[in-house]
Write a protein that binds this ligand. Structure first.
Ligand code: ATP
Ligand code: MG
Length: 437
């Protein structure tokens, strides 16, 4: 893409009303535009990043055998009345009446709808286990929408649901998701810590929140710093190994403020190991057994022909929240550096262009075409502007690699740098091999 063609409405000044850097930066870089309180349009740059995050989430769900589907955003109130949550959910639920006067709602989550789908077709244990997921917009009428995409009213979520015959199998599904979440956040270059959590309005008895550390987070966390040392590559995607993995994590103290108890913290964690920090919740998983299946009459025949309620769990990742959360975690010294895996472009080509010298631009176009042939998605900065302003703009856009064409480059060697590091002079072949790695 040529920068002059990209729809990227960069703001001149940093919006000063917004309290946190991800919100300021996403507005300033033209990634999002607010359309109502807590409701945003995603402009090309922001949308591209979100779609890349979504794809990583999808691949890691597919790897553990979860199957993708798509449920609608608008739901009927009937099933919510069956589960008893139509009243319990309160003002966070956006309620709508259609022209026949039927009560509808914009889904804040999908436990009821997926249970209804499941009960209407699955009658026997033979079809278990099942794991289904979708990636879909949700609406929660948050009392205080704020921090841009981090706490909005309309947001994009991956939610998965597991169905099992008994508690042991259900815990295995839970462990698979737990493992999948850690792998997902690793690929996003985030250190997410699983914290034992309260189950809240979803209900149930086993739950973990995945939290990434950031000063601007809304969750207060208390942990033993040993939790940072557990290595994921020590575990395999097998029943026993996954069980050990979750037990290893769960044996180390790590909770959010809801579960925090000073006495317990001091007795379980030595003073030197105590970590008290702020974090952002990026995922939340629950095992809640028969909570919905019994209320909604989702019954199957077990091996003995006896009707039993299926054991369920639900598993969410805030895909749109992650865009902001990653900025909070990665933005340093006024420079944004996207993880390569989700960067809007792989490399920025930045030629020095002036009225009487278009040579570097010509070279830039030549390099751009060569990269394109190798399927490398580059952004060519073809705008005539001084180099200092260009660098400032790219510090905002955050593409992690740059090829700079100016006084330092020769006929066949160009400045190549990581956005926050010093540059080196390399041939195009050398640059290619670095990028393709
Ligand atoms: P929170 O405590 O932050 O309100 P929650 O416990 O209500 O989150 P879940 O119902 O578990 O959230 O939803 C799963 C994921 O969806 C969360 O981990 C979070 O990443 C994301 N999420 C929840 N509410 C919002 C929101 N208002 N805006 C953006 N993302 C959200
Ligand atoms: Mg909430």
């Amino acid at each position: 893409m040529y920068l002059s063609k990209l729809f990227i409405p960069i703001l001149k000044d940093l919006p000063s009303d917004e309290k946190i850097k991800s919100h300021q930066l996403m507005l300033k870089a033209g990634m999002i535009k607010q359309s109502a309180a807590g409701i945003y349009s995603w402009l090309p740059l922001g949308f591209k990043v979100m779609k890349k995050i979504e794809q990583i989430v999808r691949e890691e769900q597919n790897k553990i055998g979860a199957q993708e589907m798509l449920m609608p955003t608008i739901q009927s109130s009937e099933i919510w009345k069956e589960s008893g949550r139509y009243d319990d959910y309160g003002d966070e639920m956006l309620r709508i009446k259609d022209r026949q006067g039927r009560e509808m709602l914009y889904g804040p989550t999908n436990e009821e709808l997926i249970t209804e789908i499941f009960r209407s077709s699955v009658k026997s244990y033979k079809l278990l286990p099942q794991m289904l997921y979708h990636i879909q917009w949700k609406f929660r009428d948050e009392i205080r929408p704020r921090f841009g995409v981090m706490r909005c009213r309309e947001f994009y979520m991956k939610d998965a649901y597991s169905f099992d015959l008994n508690e042991e199998d259900a815990k295995n599904s839970y462990n698979k998701m737990f493992f999948s979440y850690l792998n997902t956040f690793n690929r996003l270059e985030l250190k997410a810590i699983p914290m034992s959590a309260d189950t809240g309005p979803i209900g149930g008895d086993l739950s973990h929140e995945f939290i990434i550390l950031a000063d601007t987070g809304e969750s207060q966390i208390y942990a033993d710093k040993k939790i940072f040392d557990i290595r994921l590559d020590n575990f395999k995607n097998e029943k026993l190994s996954l069980d050990k993995m979750r037990k290893d994590f769960s044996s180390i103290y790590a909770v959010t403020d809801e579960k925090f108890n000073e006495k317990e913290f001091n007795s379980k964690v030595s003073k030197d190991n105590q970590v008290k920090m702020k974090g952002i919740e990026v995922g939340h998983i629950f095992y809640f057994g028969e909570k919905y299946s019994s209320k909604l009459n989702c019954l199957i025949d077990d091996q003995n022909g006896k009707k039993i309620a299926v054991k369920m769990g639900s598993y969410g990742i805030g895909v749109s929240r992650l865009v902001g959360a990653i900025i909070e975690a990665k933005y340093q010294n006024n420079i944004m550096k996207w993880p390569q895996s989700i960067s809007p472009y792989e490399v920025a080509i930045i030629p020095n262009i002036s009225k009487n010298n278009r040579e570097y631009l010509k070279k830039g176009i030549e390099i751009y075409n060569k990269l394109k042939k190798q399927n490398i998605d580059a952004l060519l900065d073809d705008v005539e502007e001084n180099m200092a302003s260009k660098f400032k703009k790219h510090d905002l856009i955050g593409i992690p690699h740059q090829i700079i064409l100016g006084a330092k480059s020769s006929n066949d060697k160009f400045e190549f740098k990581e956005i926050d590091k010093k540059s080196e002079l390399l041939t195009l072949d050398q640059i290619l091999s670095k990028l393709l790695k």
